[in-house]
Design a protein around this ligand. Sequence first.
Ligand code: GLA
Length: 700
Amino acid sequence: MTSQSARHDVVLRAAGNLMVLSAPTGERARLLYCGPDLLDCNAEQLLALAARDHAPGGPEQPIAASLLNATGTGHPCPPGILAHVNSQHWALDPRVVSVEHSDESSCVIVCRDDAAKLEFRHRVFLDSRSGVAGFKTTVTNTGEVTAALEWCAALCLPLDERLTEITSFTGKWAGEFQTEQLSLPRGSFVCENRAGRTSHDSYPGFYLGERTTSETHGIAAAIHLAWSGNHRLRLDRLSDGSLVAQAGELPLSGETTLAPGERYTTPLFAACWSNEGYGDVTRRLHRFVQARLPRTENARPVHYNTWEAVYFDHAPDKLMALAEQAAEAGAERFVLDDGWFGARRSDRAGLGDWVVSGEVYPDGLKPLADHVRALRMKFGLWFEPEMVNPDSDLYRAHPDWILKAEGAITIASRHQLPLDLTRAEVSDYLFERIDTLVAELGIAYIKWDMNRDIQHPGGADGRPAAHRQVKALYALIDRLRAAYPNLVIESCSSGGARADYGILQRTDRVWTSDNNDARARHAIMRGAAHFLPLAVLGNHVGPKRCHITGRRFDMHFRAGTAVFGHMGMELDLSRESEADRAILANAITLHKQHRNLIHGGGYHRLETAPHLNGIGVVAQSKDEALFQLAVLDQHPTPHPPRLHFAGLDPARRYSLSCIWPQPLAKSHGSFAGSALIDYGLQLPQTYPDTCLIYHVKAEI
Ligand code: GLA
């Protein structure tokens, strides 16, 4: 329910969460509370509870927090807005003008700084399905002089000050989504990214908890910035112990200026919290993402991707044969990766020339696409639209089409340069090329790749264009989607370097990592699933000897690992034994049987010893569940531990079976949910690099 008294208090409620704001006209707007619902609580009570005495030696008047803690307010938090007009009007102090469009779960608070003539529209909402909060701020220059915006967070978000532990997500190519835990010090924890893409090493999201918070108990929170470019997320523990989170785009020097009448809108800053541990935060975030995906395919088709099978060595006959083997193994989509166009026989040439190579495909790609469809698979194609090799016809014709900064040495990465998508002729060229190929070949799926950082995103006007480039990318994808509403798009960026909620509003899946090492994959998937549901996380069965790590794994382990995610294959099937191909086909059948559960069930991380990785997906009805337990090293004890299942109904009875690997498959019998959760199942003796899958079904 929304209530707006004369004091303009706003109370938003959704999915067990509560947000209370105070926005009195002419005063500063303040977020008094956001978190798990406090029944019957209102702004008046919160203000009374939080009333403070004067601090000896401190400011004579109390300085309350406000939505951006602007410099003019005198609040000690690092400001959420840094702006000025010709070096004047830098001490901003926006005051409430109105509260617009308020309903039970969202509102817009309009504030204004009269001296700087800047208007701030703060859009605030609680998502009705997940209770996830969203914040966005639009700054408009209503004056007559250009204003400079140095930093604009979507909001300064006060967090429960009991949250002391942070989990951040970092990594590298082929080692994405690694978690780092630390206790927050007094001061600042800042995560900045200047990669020109979401990045491998600085994921725009954190988890927070208390020392005692677990997967199932305790206060927990998460924040995320839905943006696919440069970002800054910061957590500031102030001297009074309060904790404030900020997230926004990280502008380059002089990047954001607002001419009279111009406006800037921050990316969406999402926040989530729970009194029931990290797991509940994850499931809420998953619901939030699922609801905002452009489309949910009913059953996500099992993939075959050609990259690790052939790399640049394309030969139509070989690919036709691979398509047959892929279909036989159970693939429903065949994605032709890099190497099909222009002079792209290695990563040194051809990028940008989006024309099927006549040298490699004398009859074009149509015969392969038709063959794939005749095998009852969808046809997908790889593109890297934002990039060009200097050794390409495109670059030779348009050397000025790249992003660069005057005075800076142009840096090539993987022999490629970034195109300036903000130039209409560049985006038009890319649209025309992709559009033509999609129409001609009947492409159902695009793997949209982006394989380098952008250090110097300067536009044709010489100004920084990092923001404009991301917007132009979004616009190009949106244009394609509008032309082909059924086209499915995967976001890949050297693996998982563009897997944020901004790109996921216009793409259907992310390529989680180039690392198909089944052992390494568990940590990557576990990390990524803190923010992203398994339905969007590509997980492929790679070759016996992993191309990234050189390690060898048997097919049971490789295939069992890939079952939990959006399953695919990425290997030369002709090099696998017949027996291994049969094991793979069985794993794919198992995935298909359970994919609705895997992609739609509630995701649970099991709390296990570090040499194990356990996760589960539980139907919303709790009627059924599937658990994956990977043994990643030797057990340190003579007997393995018992496995404690999660997410089941303790009051119901379940039949339990091990369904993978096939040699260990058996029915364990029928057990009380409470016993499965709190007593647990003795794990079998296995070698390391075994992936067990358990099926749990409620008895009627
Ligand atoms: C990136 C992707 C890979 C593959 C190659 C092709 O590295 O992450 O999956 O598509 O590009 O060049």
